[in-house]
Ligand binder design. Structure first.
Ligand code: SF4
Length: 327
């Protein structure tokens, strides 16, 4: 297996130099700016990240500027990108960098808030030039196919096994190699039954392809079933202002939301109703939205105009369908 992996490195690097996508963070060498891209790319598609990345760095161009920002400002700049604990952790990581300087080792990178094994590997390879593998689902898939992995699973033990093999195969071009593996998984060795083997630099090397068994790798482990939660969401309107409240701990912690509860409540005269669904990783919200005109502004909530909400309050996209009532 190891010889096949070693033989796969040069054609992969040659392919990457010609075929890589032009992305806003490509060729970036500044640690903080690479950190922003890597954190944004966790669980989020490249296309969705592009615009956010540029806007976020216009607002917070250095670790010191983000370190000095409030959590509220950070969440506002992250609004709509989802998984908001990433934004809070990124701000805390910026504070560590502003105070102690850029990390110099894998261990120091791994110790930053919000940085797990995968992100520590990619940051070390891309920003620090260290041979530190980063194995996510994409990289696991391409290696599983290249090697027709006899264990054929996508669990964390397989990730560790591939990381150890990659460490021994790392070329001096650490940044290109790390990104080339990800790029191959994103563009050519795509998930499902139809990888684009005709355009793959490993067409003559890949064992799964040579055996005509590409779609058999990797066998996916059972995923945990999503919990369904039914919610009533109330957009309370009073004299041109709308009620908001802040979420506590847990999912979307610290974000602003329209009042909501699992049980239906009566607030006043209902002007409109609509349904919407929002899917998180482990939970699905099935929401019934109620636009309600109320007579008095309850002190239980913050009351804000549409413009104030747009400028100052980070409302997650889970509530987007109902935010349209504010226009
Ligand atoms: S030859 Fe096909 S299956 Fe093998 S790595 Fe390339 S795209 Fe994936």
């Amino acid at each position: 297996m190891e010889e096949r992996l070693l033989a796969a490195v040069p054609p992969l690097l040659a392919w990457y130099r010609v075929c890589k996508r032009e992305l806003p963070w490509r060729g970036e060498t500044d640690f903080y700016r690479i950190l922003v891209s890597e954190i944004m790319l966790q669980q989020t598609r490249v296309e969705a990240v592009k615009g956010y990345y540029t806007r976020f760095l216009e607002k917070f161009p250095t670790a010191s500027t983000l370190a000095a920002a409030s959590e509220e400002e950070t969440l506002k700049a992250w609004e709509g990108l989802g998984y908001y604990s990433r934004a809070r952790n990124l701000r805390r990581a910026a504070q560590v960098i502003a105070e102690r300087g850029v990390p110099a080792s894998y261990e120091e990178v791994r110790a930053l808030p919000g940085v797990g094994d995968y992100t520590a590997g990619s940051l070390s390879s891309i920003a620090l030039g260290l041979p530190c593998p980063a194995v996510d689902g994409n990289v696991l898939r391409v290696l599983s196919r290249l090697l027709a992995d006899p264990d054929n699973t996508d669990d964390s033990a397989t990730k560790k096994k591939f990381a150890a093999m990659l460490k021994r195969a790392y070329p001096p071009e650490t940044a290109d190699f790390c990104q080339a593996l990800m790029e191959l998984g994103a563009l050519v060795c795509v998930p499902g039954g139809a990888p684009l083997c005709g355009g793959c630099p490993w067409e003559t090397l890949c064992l799964a392809h040579l055996e005509g068994r590409e779609e058999n790798f990797p066998v996916r482990s059972e995923k945990r079933a999503r919990k369904i939660v039914s919610l009533h969401v109330y957009v309370l309107r009073c004299g041109g202002k709308y009620a908001l409240r802040r979420r506590g701990e847990g999912l979307l912690a610290g974000m602003w939301e329209f009042p909501n509860s699992e049980r239906e409540q009566s607030f006043g005269q209902e002007a409109e109703q609509k349904r919407a669904t929002h899917v998180f990783t482990h939970v699905e919200w099935r929401m019934t939205g109620h636009l309600v005109d109320v007579r008095a502004r309850s002190p239980e909530y913050v009351w804000a105009t549409t413009e104030e909400i747009r400028k100052n309050y980070a409302v997650p996209s889970a509530f987007k369908a109902f935010a349209e009532w504010l226009k």
